[in-house]
Design a protein around this ligand. Structure first.
Ligand SMILES: [Zn+2]
Length: 252
């Protein structure tokens, strides 16, 4: 194979790997935001459960105050009942006593309901706290994984930069200029495999003489359509029949 062509294929592999690494690095802030959102959601659940429990506690305190007021009235009525002189007065105060007792019973039922609710709210708070603890752990693990990946990606970018410089140093500079010009126009991909008579990236059928030359891998040729530099991977003898069954179709 033409030595420059071989270097260009290697260069393309490096560039594509570096591009993928840079994309992963660029996605890190977004990933971190997603992790923060996960934690925030779990924290909100805990806060909501706490709020619910606090409201329940306040409601119970208010009801207990009401019971105390009614109990105060009740004992006053009972004292009055001891001192009444007439039957009419006795019935009147008895009526007040019954009323206060009914009120107390009603409020105590409300208190019981609030207490049962409080058990549910306490359980909900425990669940929310357990979820927050689990999310915190999971998010920390993800952050460690991200920062380990970050170190690896940076190291691989440095390795690639060194390998790239070495490759470029051995490359014909006008060939390299062509590679760079195509890469800039074609989203960083400047070489394409020619297979079955077509350029495998833009899918346009190559002129027969271009494809035949590309098959020899001995010169720098460009696809007429996308301008990518073409190379050919010889098909192993065993795969030739299988490839013949599925001819490549050019894109319209
Ligand atoms: Zn092409």
């Amino acid at each position: 194979m033409n030595a420059d062509l071989e270097r260009l294929i290697a260069l393309q592999k490096l560039d594509s790997t570096a591009d993928a690494a840079r994309k992963k690095l660029a996605a890190e802030p977004e990933h971190e935001l997603a992790l923060e959102a996960r934690l925030e959601a779990a924290k909100q659940q805990v806060a909501a459960a706490k709020e619910q429990l606090a409201a329940n506690k306040n409601a119970r305190a208010a009801l207990e105050k009401d019971v105390a007021v009614q109990q105060g009235r009740l004992s006053k009525f009972r004292e009055t009942a001891m001192a009444v002189k007439t039957n009419q007065e006795y019935h009147a105060v008895q009526h007040e006593i019954t009323f206060a007792q009914t009120e107390i019973k009603k409020i105590e039922d409300f208190i019981l309901e609030r207490m049962m609710e409080s058990d549910d709210f306490t359980a909900a708070l425990k669940t929310a706290e357990a979820e927050l603890a689990a999310e915190t752990k999971a998010v920390e693990a993800e952050r460690r994984a991200i920062s380990a990946a970050h170190v690896e990606l940076q190291a691989s970018l440095e390795r690639i930069a060194a390998e790239r410089a070495a490759l470029i140093a051995g490359l014909n500079q006008s060939v390299f200029a062509t590679f760079e010009a195509v890469a800039r126009k074609r989203n960083g991909v400047a070489v394409a495999e020619a297979r079955g008579g077509v350029c495998t990236i833009c899918h346009v059928r190559l002129r027969p003489q271009v494809f035949n030359s590309a098959m020899r891998n001995d010169s720098i040729l460009q696809c007429d359509s996308c301008n990518r530099i073409l190379y050919f991977v010889p098909v192993p003898a065993s795969a030739e029949t299988a490839a013949a069954d599925q001819p490549q179709q050019p894109a319209s």
